[in-house]
Write a new protein. Structure first.
Length: 690
């Protein structure tokens, strides 16, 4: 079958970025320059031109940016996104007859015979018929003149008309030798009015989602509000009472001073009493045991209610305002599961799985049993009402000023639900951030990101060796994964006390903290437990904490002199003041001859194929980490100098941002020695000598 228009000769392939052939939007951050690449070509030797067409959704007109040719039929273009939310872009390519003509004319002029030349070979060249070529050029300029006039650009049309007349006049002179008749300005003027009659437009529009900066760069601190009440005396072993929002408010100056920008609270809703868990996940709870915050719902309400012991909605609103006043945001935990006492159980029994005896199926992950939690059934006949109700939970808290949500186990809910729900919420609130707590299979984890989750927990917690850390972070910080997936790394959570922290002592806590804060632009800690080095497991081989705060109120001695709070504070200061650490895209690993030392860098050096040198000096951070928490390790780093913008045999300065020490380094090979008991890492800022 013949095409509708067979004179469109340009082919456009391999457009990047795109996610799953355009099924999902690629992700960028407000203010980013979006770099577009593609293979664009046509038959024969004609020159082609190309451009990017782009617009924010809701804009009527496309904006355009010229693309530049690279070797091997590759092209590059870019534009800047200056609005949150959805964007669209496509590419257009066409045969550029005028540029082909100028190129050929230059070759003709270089080959024209010159009767006055002392070189016989130059005198005997065959004639090039330059007047005919100039007349052809004039005709092409005439066409551009019409296009300029049609566009209402009278001044440009006038200049083009003069240019056409000049070419014809030159042709009529029939000179023996001609000079090139156009200026760079003339060429640019004609290029401004291309002939798009037979332009090829990419087969499909592609899409972007633009988030705010905190979606890419954030520091999270998790605490349980019920454990924030102060003790009556310093020697009192436990809390005097259940903590409140007001108690959390008193801690805000301290948390903000450590440099965190997101305070994350586990579920703040009423907790069911049926099958309530006791300390250490006991299936028998005493009358004073508080239960797990993730067993949501009681006669006092469900996902749109507040646990009465935490305070009122007025107290909550005051806390949100106080958090904002300290330069932070509140992240709420949204866990779509119910205690047996949740109002939905009676109001909508069809939303739950039922066993043959008619009872509702509680949550299980054999051999683990969670008798205090009922999972929702996304194959329910009432799925439409279920979806609407779950969406309304987010909307309820958005209406109370919350813009950040940590979503519990989203991989156990239907993926189509998340795609619909997140897109729906973002229509009116594009600044909302969703963190996916999905420790699951890679395809599922990535599918959640494609469905709209802004950030995701990762496998970092279980990546402790040099090779596996490098391989994993090279996967998640480079395209195609980085076009849709933004990692948020946590060395611990209330659910996970990794073996390395159980056995590695304080050096392991320091090491994992530095890895988290410098490998990834977004990280978080389960705060009090991490800064105080909580390392006792519930039993050998378990990742559960002994006396887990999930099941009981804890009292934390924040004044402990062994607290890691000073190191946490310094690391967050380093992160904030070094733009290289605000993104994951420049992460680059360097070779070290010791398998226990991991070395990597981040920088603000642009990786765009056509980027111009910035007037601002590049920010370059180089990190060396001893992965052995028990022994001093030393080795020679073999730096990839090109990635650091440093010439071979150049001397440069590195400043250890943790100690303030300065060193002069030279060329590729440089020596480090790291003692874990003192400080298992170097965080260097690299400065080239003037």
């Amino acid at each position: 079958m013949k095409p509708a228009e067979g004179r469109k000769r340009v082919v456009i392939e391999e457009i990047q970025p795109q996610v799953d052939c355009g099924r999902y939007p690629a992700r960028r951050i407000l203010g980013d320059r979006v770099d577009i690449s593609a293979a664009i070509f046509c038959d024969g030797h004609d020159h082609i031109a190309a451009r990017v067409l782009y617009k924010a959704d809701g804009d009527g007109q496309w904006q355009s940016a010229a693309m530049t040719a690279l070797p091997n039929d590759l092209w590059h273009g870019s534009f800047t996104v200056d609005r949150l939310g959805p964007w669209s872009f496509t590419l257009q390519g066409w045969v550029d007859h005028f540029d082909t003509w100028t190129h050929d004319l230059k070759k003709r002029l270089a080959a024209q015979p010159d009767p006055g030349s002392p070189d016989p070979a130059r005198r005997d060249l065959p004639p090039q018929d330059i007047p005919v070529a100039l007349t052809i050029g004039a005709l092409l300029v005439d066409q551009a003149t019409v296009r300029a006039a049609t566009a209402g650009e009278k001044s440009d049309a006038g200049q083009l008309k003069e240019l056409s007349a000049s070419l014809r006049a030159s042709a009529e002179k029939k000179l023996a030798v001609y000079d090139y008749p156009l200026s760079v300005e003339n060429e640019a003027l004609v290029a401004r009015y291309p002939d798009l009659t037979y332009a090829t437009t990419a087969a499909h529009e592609l899409h972007l989602w633009v988030d705010r900066e905190r979606a890419r760069f954030s520091s999270w601190y998790e605490l349980f509000p019920r454990s924030t009440a102060p003790a009556a005396r310093q020697d009192q072993p436990g809390p005097t009472r259940h903590g409140t929002f007001a108690d959390v408010e008193l801690l805000l100056p301290e948390i903000a001073a450590m440099g965190f920008d997101i305070l994350y609270l586990p579920p703040i809703h009423p907790i069911g009493r049926a099958f309530r868990k006791g300390p250490n996940n006991s299936t028998t709870a005493g009358p004073d045991d508080e239960g797990s915050p993730w067993a949501i719902g009681s006669e006092e309400g469900g996902h749109k209610a507040i646990h009465p012991k935490l305070g009122s909605f007025a107290d909550f609103d005051r806390l949100v305002a106080a958090i904002h006043s300290h330069g932070m945001e509140l992240a709420l935990d949204i866990a779509f599961q119910c205690s047996p006492d949740h109002p939905w159980v009676k109001q909508h029994p069809e939303w739950f799985l039922h066993r043959p005896d008619g009872s509702i199926q509680y949550a299980e992950n054999p051999p683990k049993k969670y008798q205090d939690i009922y999972p929702l059934n996304f194959e329910s006949s009432g799925w439409r009402r279920l979806w609407d109700e779950l969406r309304s939970v987010f909307q309820f808290w958005i209406d109370r000023g919350v813009r950040v949500f940590r979503v519990d186990n989203p991989h156990t809910k239907a993926l189509p639900f998340w795609e619909w729900c997140i897109a729906s919420l973002r229509k009116d609130t594009p600044e909302v951030i969703f963190l996916s707590e999905a420790f699951t299979r890679p395809h599922v984890m990535y599918s959640l990101a494609k469905a709209g989750f802004t950030q995701s927990y990762t496998y970092f917690t279980w990546r402790t060796g040099k090779d596996e850390l490098r391989a994993y972070f090279e996967e998640i910080t480079k395209p195609p994964v980085s076009d849709f997936f933004t990692p948020n790394v946590w060395p611990n959570t209330p659910d996970i006390l990794h073996a390395s922290l159980q056995t590695g002592g304080r050096p392991a806590f320091m090491q994992r903290l530095v890895l988290a804060t410098t490998l990834a632009a977004s990280y978080g800690i389960y705060g009090p437990a991490y800064e105080l080095g909580e390392s006792l497991p519930a039993k050998p081989g378990s990742e559960e904490y002994l006396h887990s705060e999930k099941y009981q109120i804890r009292r934390w001695n924040r004044a402990d002199p062994h607290s890691l709070a000073p190191l946490i504070t310094r690391l967050n200061q380093i992160r904030r003041t070094n733009p290289a650490l605000h993104s994951d895209l420049s992460l680059h690993f360097h070779e070290v001859d010791n398998p226990q030392i991991l070395c990597y860098s981040k920088s603000t050096l642009s990786t765009s194929p056509l980027s111009a040198a910035s007037s601002e000096p590049a920010n370059i951070i180089l990190v060396a980490v001893n992965l052995d928490p028990h022994n001093e390790q030393a080795g020679w780093i073999d730096l990839d100098l090109k990635s650091l913008g440093i010439a071979h045999h150049e001397t440069f300065e590195v400043e250890d941002l943790l100690t303030g020490a300065h060193y002069q380094w030279h060329d590729r090979s440089n020596y480090v020695a790291l003692r874990p008991a003192v400080m298992p890492v170097h965080i260097f800022r690299v400065t080239k000598r003037p």
